[in-house]
Write a protein that binds this ligand. Sequence first.
Ligand SMILES: [Zn+2]
Length: 227
Amino acid sequence: MSAQLLLTFDDRHVAGWEAALPLFDAVGARVTFFVVEADLLDDQEQAGIRRILSAGHSVGSHGARHRNADQTIAEVGAADYLRTEIVSSVEALRALGASANSFAYPNSRRDDTTDAVLLKVFDRLRGGGPRTTDLMAARSAVVAGNPRVFPARGFDTGRGEVPHLNDAATLSKLLHELAEGGGTLVLYAHEIAPVAPGNHIHPDRLAAVLTEAHNLGLHMIGYDDLD
Ligand SMILES: [Zn+2]
């Protein structure tokens, strides 16, 4: 079984993402960006998304306004949720040339009902999972086969001035196990920058993960590259 690593980046940090493209190119990695507020992107952000797409990366939806899928569907129903949160996002992304065939849940909030609603629109979904140094729990992020709903593990380095859990050794172990046993691991981060007000991954950390995965022979592909 092949070993796949899907790196994903959420929200609306187009300039930082674009600045990181050489890091991906250096190891031949393709990744996925899940964009929120796609209908509000200014000209510069739209041009950035087009350059990200022409570099071979995937662009999916993270919702129009980052609403929690489970709560919103419970409150307004599936039809209203799709109309207000999904359709405008998909249309805006497709106008930029994206497939928009995948969706990452805001705040990782999903359940069977939300999956059923969203799998009518998207080929694949991304949830979340625990970020822990407990290797047994961490292994739940690695899946076999080709599911339509992937769990995921966060790999941001911090939020504002506050560093996240230093779990580099755990992630390294997961990557080694993935290379040996096969399967798919999805990781998610947000802004790519040395410092940022919100969740972000330091470019040095991103480069280190890319190098390790490359040296292990992992296939780093985007959601649009999945069969
Ligand atoms: Zn988000």
